[in-house]
Design a protein around this ligand. Structure first.
Ligand code: GCW
Length: 681
């Protein structure tokens, strides 16, 4: 049951408190009996004392005692206490009980174990304070002016950040961009890393760094960065030692190598395994990890979607056991919908971890409301069939199927200096659900959305309406807003890239449509026409056996299912097939008409979200209500632009009418193209 308080004047709801608003109307005392004194356990005690909403005067015990049923940083929860093998486990248990008290979830005796050992945010933060693909202000870690002074304000923010992470089970953060600067390995920056790590530590969050593969040459002034060169090996060994002297619990390195212009082992005729293993050996004595990204593609290949698999499969089994290959959820690049990367489940002798993008590079930045949990759930629950039916991506990466030494899940962070951290209230839900899914990869998007909504909006009553009843809130706010969140990803797919279309966004910041964009001399695989392949006959990328044969990278029965347009799921149709405009869809429509209906459906859904939100007005403080209302209006406008741009552009090839029961375009194609091109100049 949620407790509601009638408050006539509410203080500002600027979103800074995230899901930890924890409005406790009455001070409730609890006697927390701690296991021993340590920084992490003190955090747990403090959280319990400040947030307790159970029985007043209750005694709650934190017990550090090993138990075979408890794995990693898991815990055993009872109404009277938490037991764990690790201090972090006690902290997660404390957050769990507080969350359940606030959301009204039952508290029964149970063991909760994390799905992944490392639950990590990747910050694409540059050392000058900018953030690549960041839509929530500048970096919380780095800044251009006075870059090495650590202020009290910095520390407070880092502490709030660490607390938010810990409260949802995130236990690691890569502090700098994968397109990394070699300067991160110089003394001043490493000292700042030390300062950050010290603030994160009491919350069980470990610092990791992204490093440039050519650092030995760039920073160490060596002649080469060849991973097999003995001077290079020595240089990394001593650099790693220096880092651990400053940060004894340092987590390890994340590397983007031989990818999008970044240096890598291939520059020296070596393999990814040579490069990763050299770093892994340097980190091994300190139990550090190497997260080596599989995001590789070259302009020379005919199908970008196949390349990571082709490059990494021959290396399966060749990596050290403290290397994890970090694989984006889909084979191309965080598009609104992609099939899962065929590397999942296929690499059987190597640790593999999924990488999801929390920041909304391709999904409307911090303007569109798109709840990402359904997209990640779809990927995690995809069956790879690699070890028989039920070999889901989740089970192939969390150690259930393969005996991988380390398991992890990464999310590209959407955190910035904006007061509300994420640039949009609803983007907080994406940080939240990433943490929750990394903790438990079987959770349902719907349950996570419900938790988040309760934590974020309960007790938030419009100043115009001071008496809102509990059951009204559930029915009039929680249910419809939850449904809106659950529908939001599919809506975005519909108005942006339905039916398996992908990578047709504007090159201009990746916001808005750009199916036309293909300047002379540009790498083809950076232009939309490479992906949609539109012509007078039809549309889509032929990845079947008669095309690039990317289908063959999937285990049967998927290879055959994807290969046949009649059995290929609609969501992946144009990902795998180039089909004629008149192709008959499962619903009886021809392809062109179906595409038109889908674009239109996406637009209509956003219009519907506006109605849902307007009706939610009595249940939300005006500050947050207005923010969301404004953003939904922009999202609607942008959804119409997507629909008009894509339909009018593709119509030049299909030469078929937009079905007459659909609303007519309101934008002109040449003006849209002109605007898009002008902005880019
Ligand atoms: O999605 C693309 C982005 C790049 C990014 C790259 C990557 C950090 O457009 O900005 O670089 O992927 O994941 O490395």
């Amino acid at each position: 049951m949620i407790v509601f308080v009638a408050i006539s004047t509410l203080h500002a709801e600027n979103g800074h408190q995230l899901w930890l608003r924890n409005r406790n109307p009455l001070p409730v005392t609890v006697n927390v009996v701690g296991a021993k004194s340590s920084a992490i356990i003190s955090t747990a005690q403090k959280e319990l004392q400040e947030g307790w909403q159970g029985k007043s005067g209750a005694t709650f015990t934190l017990t550090l005692k090993s138990d075979k049923a408890i794995l990693k940083d898991g815990f055993r929860l009872t109404a009277n206490g938490v037991q764990a093998n690790t201090e972090a486990g006690l902290l997660y248990g404390a957050y769990e009980i507080l969350r359940r008290q606030q959301t009204g979830e039952s508290i029964k005796d149970e063991v909760c174990n994390p799905s992944y050992e490392v639950r990590i945010l990747n910050h694409w933060d540059n050392l000058d304070g900018t953030i690549e693909r960041g839509y929530a202000g500048a970096s919380i870690f780095w800044r251009k002016d006075d870059p090495f002074t650590v202020t009290e304000k910095d520390k407070q923010l880092w502490q709030e950040y660490a607390r938010a992470n810990a409260s949802i089970g995130i236990n690691a953060a890569v502090l700098d961009n994968v397109n990394s600067s070699p300067l991160i390995l110089t003394a001043d920056y490493l000292n700042r890393v030390k300062a950050i790590a010290e603030v994160l530590r009491p919350y069980g969050v470990k610092a990791y760094l992204s490093v440039k593969f050519s650092s030995p040459a760039l920073v160490g002034k060596l002649k080469t960065s060849d991973p097999l060169d003995s001077e290079v090996i020595k240089w990394w060994n001593s650099k790693v030692k220096e880092i651990y002297t400053l940060v004894p619990d340092f987590g390890g390195f994340l590397i983007k190598a031989s990818s999008e212009g970044q240096p890598g082992p291939q520059d020296y005729g070596r393999t990814h395994a040579d490069g990763a293993n050299m770093l892994a050996d340097a980190l091994k004595p300190y139990s550090g990890l190497v997260m080596w990204r599989a995001f590789v593609y070259s302009p020379n290949d005919k199908d970008r979607a196949k390349q990571a698999y082709n490059e990494f499969m021959p290396l399966d089994g060749k990596f050290r056991d403290n290397v994890i290959i970090q694989v984006k959820n889909g084979p191309i690049d965080f598009q609104p919908r992609e099939p899962f990367s065929p590397l999942f489940g296929a690499m059987k002798k190597t640790s593999v971890m999924p990488e999801f993008q929390i920041t909304m590079e391709y999904l409307g930045h911090s303007t569109h409301l798109v709840y990402l949990s359904p997209m990640w759930e779809e990927c995690l629950q995809s069956d790879t069939y690699q070890e028989g039916k039920g070999s889901t991506v989740a089970r192939c990466t969390d150690g259930s199927i393969y005996p991988q030494k380390h398991t992890a899940m990464a999310g590209v962070s959407n955190v910035g200096l904006d007061t509300n951290w994420n640039g949009y209230l609803f983007n907080q839900a994406n940080w939240y659900c990433f943490g929750r899914l990394a903790w438990n990869n079987k959770l349902k998007s719907s349950d996570i959305a419900e938790e988040w909504l309760k934590l974020t909006f309960a007790n938030s009553v419009s100043d115009k309406n001071s008496e809102v009843k509990n059951n009204d809130w559930e029915k009039n706010f929680l249910q419809p807003v939850k449904q809106m969140m659950l529908d939001s990803r599919e809506a975005a797919v519909d108005y942006m890239m339905p039916l398996g279309l992908h990578h047709i966004m504007s090159a201009n910041g990746h916001y808005g449509p750009g199916p036309w964009w293909a300047p002379k001399g540009m790498r083809a695989d950076w232009t939309p026409p490479y992906y949609h392949q539109v012509d007078s006959i039809g549309i889509g990328f032929n990845r079947t056996k008669t095309g690039s044969d990317a289908v063959d990278q999937y285990h049967e029965p998927l290879a055959s299912q994807f290969n046949d347009p009649n059995s290929c799921p609609d969501g992946f149709l144009l990902w795998f097939h180039h089909l004629p405009w008149t192709f008959k869809m499962k619903n009886g429509r021809n392809l062109w008409d179906d595409m038109c209906y889908r674009y239109d459906r996406g637009v209509q859904e956003v219009r519907q979200f506006q109605k849902v939100w307007d009706k939610a007005a009595p249940y939300v403080d005006s500050e947050r209500f207005n923010e969301v209302q404004r953003k939904l209006r922009s999202q609607s406008t942008n959804a119409v632009l997507w629909k008009d741009a894509c339909l009018l552009y593709f119509q030049q090839f299909s030469k078929m009418p937009i079905p007459y029961d659909l609303e007519r375009p309101v934008n002109n194609l040449d003006e849209m193209i002109e605007n898009d091109t002008r902005r880019r100049r």
